[in-house]
Design a protein around this ligand. Structure first.
Ligand SMILES: [Zn+2]
Length: 66
């Protein structure tokens, strides 16, 4: 595997790890790394605004069968 692809794969893996590192309904501040409630649009710790690129981890919803 070309080195560039390897690094890209590693970056993706780290991204996925970070995305699942926080609790559901929580987003990770890109500035300080603090976990913030989804209700907040800015980090409670450092005040950095939540960027559009920041993904909120959706709560896992169990399959609903009526
Ligand atoms: Zn922050």
């Amino acid at each position: 595997m070309p080195r560039a692809e390897l690094e890209r794969a590693q970056a993706l893996a780290e991204e996925l790890f970070e995305a699942t590192d926080v609790a559901p309904g929580v987003w990770r501040c890109p500035a300080c790394g603090e976990a913030c409630e989804a209700a907040f649009e800015a980090c409670w710790s450092c005040g950095a605004e939540r960027g559009a690129e920041v993904r909120i981890v959706e709560p896992a919803s169990p399959p609903s069968r009526a």
